[in-house]
Design a protein around this ligand. Structure first.
Ligand code: SF4
Ligand code: SF4
Length: 612
């Protein structure tokens, strides 16, 4: 493919990294893009929808049920000859790892770019995993952008590289690139590129193990050629001069901090900085010659030692392996200053930490998950609470979440707890909780497993109608797709019945007595009768969604209050607090969402309607 920037630049726009990536996807002539939401990647699909509208593009966009399916849809589009993209966060790549690794062997037809947003820190993730290592494991080239502008350029280069070598290519922006803003030059999009219809070739697209071996050899040759011939795999000088005897090699978002520290500090003179755009497959021999020609090299990269490990002789190299760079945590400007000062033997600057009051994350006032957790705790006291990933992980604050492994794991783990209970700890109560989007994502196979194996536990499916934690994206139960086109909504009850579940009830979690009675019935089914898994859907739209019917009714605490603290401690609604000065329990009318659940929670009946 020729250079995508063949059209003259049209204008500058101040864009967030994820908007710039989406623009790169559209400018590349991409026909199909899929995603599953997850911080820090979620705005990529949302920006694609905006660019699609603004540019009147016919690109097909989809929020997929999970990352594996998102990958497979994009891969299918690529085999049909279209340029395709798929976006996810780094833990989503674990879910998509099966088709991802296989697709590298089979190759692609239309350019296929996998955008995987990493979260060093980790600010909003279970792990700090570095997707560049996954790209190495799968033998998929990876671009590592250092800014929103670079992210746009590299998205276009990634499509070109993908088609040139017929391999999937990864773009790995870190959180600081995804959410940074910068003036970015944007161009006219290319027309959608179609390199020809699907060509039947089962030895490639449905290869048996014999052919897979040959395909692995082919992939190895492609990677070797990219590493040894492509300019992106070479270290390029971005600060200082090539005569310096001590150098820093870097890549990705941390490269901006490294360049800033080295360029702005006089004490760093004599150091120069090299950046690698394609950290896998890096040009090993170029890296080795650079390192060999210098007195000492420091490698600063986030999060794992990907480039460092590609250097054969590391006797003159400092980095994560030597301990010169911390092995965990985000490399923010302060950390980079400390690391580089240590490298040149100087005392780092003293940074004054801002004195910010840390507030514990909490479910919103009026969140429909809060009553569900409150009632679970009340009725299943002492149970094992298998939790999951989403806003409802915050049920941990209400003492109703004991575990959180990965998407969909609450149901699988509840099966394990239930089977363990059968072997001696009979009578152990097990309650699993999961949200609607996570249930569709990875909960369904685990529920089938639970039914099939006769596991006795209660599953509370908290259906708030959206993927709330990542900004309110639609789920398969929604009648709309990513760009607002009509979709076929999936009937959750029919799906659950189809899994073989016998006990299934849906209830409004704001309705104290209905919630209590339904959960009691589920408890009786699963734990007293030992009749298998029971499913209770607590259904009410997220308080932040446009479908939420937020009540204008406010509540107040009256004189009956005996300060038992049930509402403050056990319900933990952010609108209710104990005011130390006058030793009163108070409901903040600005925070109260009018759900009315606290009225029933209060044993003294001290909470009542305040006004409308
Ligand atoms: S009604 Fe009570 S529980 Fe509901 S938001 Fe207001 S204070 Fe919180
Ligand atoms: S639950 Fe009722 S009695 Fe207890 S502190 Fe809250 S308002 Fe007061």
């Amino acid at each position: 493919m020729s250079d995508a920037k063949n059209e003259s630049a049209v204008l500058n726009r101040f864009l967030m990294g994820n908007e710039a990536i989406a623009r790169g996807v559209i400018e590349s002539g991409c026909s199909l893009a899929t995603a599953y939401p997850g911080t820090p990647s979620s705005e990529i699909m949302e920006s694609l929808v905006r660019w699609k509208t603004e540019l009147k593009s016919s690109i097909y966009l989809e929020w997929s049920i999970n990352e594996k399916v998102a990958f497979e849809v994009a891969y299918g589009g690529s085999l049909a000859g279209k340029r395709c993209a798929v976006a996810m966060k780094m833990v989503g790549l674990n879910v998509a790892s099966d088709p991802f690794t296989s697709a590298a062997y089979l190759g692609i037809r239309g350019g296929l770019v996998i955008i995987v947003a990493d979260d060093p820190g980790p600010h909003s993730s279970q792990t700090e995993q570095d997707s560049r290592f996954f790209s190495w494991f799968a033998k998929v080239p990876v671009f590592d952008p250092g800014s929103p502008a670079e992210a746009l350029e590299m998205t276009i280069k990634a499509f070109d590289l993908s088609e040139k070598y017929q391999v999937p290519v990864m773009l790995r922006p870190c959180l600081r690139v995804c959410h940074a803003r910068q003036n970015v030059t944007i161009s006219h999009p290319r027309s959608q590129i179609n390199i020809g219809a699907f060509e039947k070739n089962w030895t490639r697209w449905a290869a048996t193990p014999k052919f897979r071996l040959a395909l692995h050899g082919e992939l190895n040759r492609k990677i070797e050629t990219i590493s040894s011939t492509e300019i992106f795999a070479l270290p390029k000088l971005i600060a200082g001069d090539s005569q310096s005897s001590r150098i820093v090699i870097t890549s990705g978002s941390v490269s901006s901090h490294v360049r800033d520290v080295v360029s702005s500090e006089a004490k760093m003179s004599g150091l120069s900085v090299y950046k690698v755009d394609l950290p896998y497959p890096a040009n090993h021999s170029a890296l080795q010659s650079l390192v060999d020609s210098k007195t000492e090299t420091l490698i600063v990269e986030e999060t794992y030692p990907v480039m460092e490990l590609q250097i054969g002789n590391r006797t003159k190299v400092k980095g994560r392996m030597s301990g010169a760079v911390p092995r965990q945590g985000e490399l923010d400007p302060e950390a980079v200053e400390r690391i580089i000062s240590g490298f040149v033997g100087l005392k780092p600057k003293d940074f004054e930490a801002p004195n910010l009051k840390v507030r514990r994350p909490s479910l919103c006032a009026g969140c429909p998950h809060r009553p569900a957790f409150f009632m679970i705790k009340k009725l299943f006291n002492g149970a094992i609470y298998a939790g999951d990933i989403g806003c409802y992980t915050l049920g941990v604050n209400l003492g109703a979440v004991d575990t959180c492994l990965c998407m969909g794991a609450s149901i699988g783990m509840a099966c394990g707890f239930a089977q363990a209970a059968k072997q001696g700890q009979d009578g152990e109560l097990v309650v699993a909780t999961i949200g609607d989007s996570t249930f569709f994502h990875a909960g369904v196979p685990a529920l089938i497993n639970a039914v099939h194996t006769g596991a006795n536990f209660v599953l509370v499916l908290m259906d708030n109608n959206i993927t709330a934690m990542t900004g309110g994206q639609p789920t398969p139960a929604t009648a709309l797709t990513a760009d607002g086109s009509k979709a076929v909504p999936i009937d959750m009850e029919r799906l659950i019945r189809g899994c073989g579940v016998e006990f299934l009830e849906a209830v409004d979690p704001y309705d104290y007595h209905a919630l209590e009675n339904t959960l009691k019935a589920a408890k009786s089914f699963s734990h007293e009768k030992k009749a298998g898994v029971s499913v209770v859907i607590t259904r009410r739209p997220c308080i932040r969604s446009k479908n939420a019917a937020v009540s204008k009714t406010k509540f107040q605490v009256g004189e009956n209050c005996d300060k038992c603290m049930t509402c403050v401690r056990d319900l933990e609604c952010p609108a209710i607090s104990f005011v130390k000065q006058n030793k009163n329990v108070r409901i903040d009318p600005d925070l109260c969402a009018g759900c009315g659940f606290c009225v029933e929670v209060c044993p003294s009946k001290a909470i009542s309607v305040w006004g409308i």
